[in-house]
Design a protein around this ligand. Structure first.
Ligand code: AMP
Ligand code: MG
Length: 348
C-alpha cells in the first residue's frame, strides 16, 4: 500500500483531492475477512487530515474512522490557542493570577512538553507563545518586530516559569504575560489518541495523517505489504517530487520546516518555528522528519531539531535509541542527511 504525504500541497490540489475523495472509500481487502475504510480529507487542527482503518467488518472500520476524527477535533477544541473557549486559552488568560485546574489530558501534554524542553536544552519550549504572537502580527503588518518588542516578548518565555502540579492538576505562570503555544506538540498527541481510540474500537490496523504527521499501526489492507505502511516524504525543493518512501510498522513520523509555514516580510521569509534563545525564526533546516514510536515524540522533536540545526540536532537524535531523523538543510536542496538507523525505514 502506498501513501503520498501532502506536506506542501497547494490549496488547489488539496481541494481537488478532497473533492475526488469526498465519498468515503470502502475497500474489501484481498486478505480474507478484512475490510478497510479510507476517509476523505477533512480540515482539522488548521490543516487537512485523513484516516484509514482496517478491521474485520466495514461497519467497525467506519466506526474507527469516526472515533479517530472525534479524538482529533476533541484535542483541537481543548488545546488550540486560536480558540477563545479552549482549555488552553483559559490557562493563558488566568494562570498568572492563580493556579488553573486543567484536565488530565492537558496536564499530560504539558508534562511531556517540559520533558522535551529539558531533553533539547530549551530548543523546544511551549512558553514561546508571546514571541510566536509577535511574529504572526509582524506577518500581518509586513513589518519586522523591533528589538524592544522582541526583548519584551522574550522576557515572558521560559519553561522554568511554568509551574505544573500533577497531583492537584493545576497550572500556574510565574511571569505575567506568559502564553502557552502547543502548536509544536498537540497534533502529535492528538494522532496518538486517535490511534488508541481506533484500537479500542476494534481496528486491526490504521493510519492517521494530519498534515503529514502520521501514525501507522497494525496491518494494512493488502497481504503483500502486511504491516508495512508505505508513505512518501515530499521533497521541499519540488512541488510534486517525492524525496523518499518510508516503510513503517507501528511507528510515527512528523515533519517540520520553514518551507511548510512561514511569514513573508518584504522579500524575507521567516519560519513559524522560533528559536526561544534568540526570539528569531529558525532557518537552517528546510525540512526535518523524525521517526519515533509516538507521534507526540516525533512532533516535538521535529520542531526542536528545526531550532537546533543539523549538527546538534543529529547528535541529539543519534543519542535517542528509538528515534531517527531525515534532514534537509536550507542551503543544500535535494540532498538529505539521515541518522544511522533511518536507513532501515527508507525503501530502496
Ligand atoms: P511544528 O509544525 O510541529 O514544527 O510546530 C510549529 C509550531 O509550534 C509553531 O507554529 C508554533 O505554534 C510552535 N512553536 C514555534 N517555535 C516553537 C518552539 N521553539 N518550541 C515549541 N513550539 C514552538
Ligand atoms: Mg512539532
Amino acid at each position: 500500500m502506498e501513501r503520498c504525504i501532502l506536506n506542501r500541497t497547494p490549496r488547489a490540489a488539496i481541494t481537488i483531492v478532497a473533492i475526488v475523495t469526498a465519498i468515503v472509500v470502502i475497500r474489501i481487502s484481498t486478505q480474507p475477512d478484512v475490510y478497510s475504510v479510507d476517509s476523505p480529507f477533512r480540515q482539522v487542527m488548521g490543516t487537512f487530515a485523513r484516516v484509514s482503518a482496517v478491521s474485520g467488518s466495514e461497519k467497525t472500520a467506519q466506526l474507527c474512522v469516526d472515533a479517530a476524527f472525534d479524538e482529533l477535533t476533541g484535542v483541537d477544541d481543548m488545546m488550540s490557542d486560536y480558540k477563545a473557549d479552549s482549555e488552553l486559552s483559559e490557562v493563558n488568560n488566568n494562570a498568572f493570577g492563580e493556579p488553573v485546574k486543567v484536565s488530565g489530558a492537558l496536564m499530560e501534554v504539558l508534562l511531556a512538553a517540559v520533558e522535551y524542553s529539558r531533553q533539547t536544552g530549551g530548543a523546544f519550549d511551549v512558553t514561546v507563545g508571546p514571541v510566536v504572537d509577535l511574529w504572526r502580527q509582524a506577518g500581518k503588518d509586513s513589518q519586522k518586530p523591533t528589538d524592544e518588542q522582541l526583548a519584551a516578548a522574550k522576557a515572558k518565555v521560559g519553561y522554568e516559569n511554568l509551574i505544573l502540579d500533577s497531583q492537584s492538576l493545576t497550572v500556574r505562570f510565574r511571569v505575567e504575560g506568559m502564553r502557552l503555544d502547543l502548536g509544536g506538540i498537540a497534533k502529535g498527541y492528538a494522532i496518538d489518541r486517535a490511534a488508541e481510540a481506533m484500537r479500542a474500537n476494534g481496528a486491526l490496523g490504521g493510519m492517521i495523517d494530519v498534515g503529514g504527521d502520521i501514525q501507522c499501526f497494525g496491518i494494512t489492507p493488502e497481504p503483500e505489504t502486511r504491516e508495512n505502511w508505505v508513505i512518501g516524504l515530499q521533497d521541499p525543493g519540488s512541488d510534486t517530487g517525492l524525496l523518499v518512501k518510508l516503510k513503517l510498522t507501528d511507528t510515527a513520523v512528523a515533519t517540520s520546516g520553514d518551507y511548510r509555514r512561514f511569514v513573508l516580510i518584504g522579500d524575507d521569509r521567516f519560519s513559524h518555528i522560533i528559536n526561544p534563545q534568540t526570539s528569531i525564526a529558525a532557518g537552517k533546516l528546510s525540512s526535518v522528519t523524525i521517526i519515533a514510536p509516538t507521534a507526540m515524540q516525533a512532533d516535538a522533536l521535529a520542531t526542536a531539531v528545526s531550532v537546533m540545526g543539523h549538527e546538534k540536532g543529529m547528535e541529539l537524535i543519534e543519542s535517542l535509541p528509538d528515534a531517527e531523523a531525515i534532514l534537509i538543510r536550507t542551503a543544500a536542496k535535494g540532498e538529505f542527511l539521515t541518522t544511522s538507523g533511518a536507513q532501515r525505514y527508507i525503501q530502496p
